[in-house]
Design a protein around this ligand. Structure first.
Ligand SMILES: [Mg+2]
Length: 210
């Protein structure tokens, strides 16, 4: 029985915040949708947004409606030189090292993208494993099936750290403890921090919920 604390960190907009990088990924998703469905930019943008709200990710919507190849899709949208955007973050590394328990990445992105981000931030060795959307057969947060799979595989105290309130709600409903990062609001967060660099404060706070 594993009774350690298991920390699951979202990647994008949680471990770093770079609006320019995020915009570029969105742009590449639009480009993929334009080419794949032969749409103009405005219609691709509208579809991307509606799939995001309806399915959690554009990818899930494209799989369900058009049987898109997820590997092609993920390779295309994450074909970005991450190092141009992210620098080594030693203070984050120290904070993560001070957190007791096992640490994992739980992201809707691909493993390749997650590795590039962790490499650039210099925090790859802080995490035991990356659970990407492929790990969940291309289902994605906030779908409950993803949190249920993690909960079935880890029977300790599971803690989700994420910037997206819908993910925090779904995690909480599945029995996770939750840390909301950023300016969002959620009645389902056990702790909230403006920035991931305050994760040690959240770790102290969350113990009160155990
Ligand atoms: Mg995020």
């Amino acid at each position: 029985m594993n009774q350690l604390e298991n920390w699951f960190f979202d990647l994008d907009n949680t471990l770093y915040r770079k609006p320019d990088l995020f915009k570029l990924i969105d742009k590449r998703i639009n480009l993929f949708v334009m080419k794949f469905l032969n749409l103009d930019n405005d219609r691709a943008e509208a579809l991307r947004k509606s799939y995001f709200y309806q399915y959690g990710t554009t990818l899930r919507g494209l799989i369900d409606n058009f049987s898109v190849d997820p590997v092609n899709y993920l390779d295309y949208v994450h074909d970005i030189e991450i190092r141009k955007f992210l620098k080594s973050d030693f203070s984050l590394k120290l904070s993560l090292e001070n957190i007791k328990g096992r640490k994992f990445i739980f992201t809707n992105a691909s493993k390749g993208h997650a590795e590039a981000v962790l490499d650039s931030l210099g925090i790859k060795e802080c995490f035991e494993e990356i659970f990407d959307t492929g790990h969940f057969c291309y289902h994605a947060k906030p779908e409950s099936v993803t949190f249920e799979k993690i909960a079935a595989d880890f029977d300790g105290k599971n803690i989700m750290v994420d910037d997206y309130p819908k993910n925090i709600e779904a995690a909480k409903r599945t029995g996770f403890y939750t840390v909301l990062v950023g300016k969002g609001t959620s009645g389902y967060a056990d702790a909230q921090i403006d920035d991931v660099h305050s994760i040690e404060t959240a770790a102290e706070e969350i113990k009160n919920s155990f």
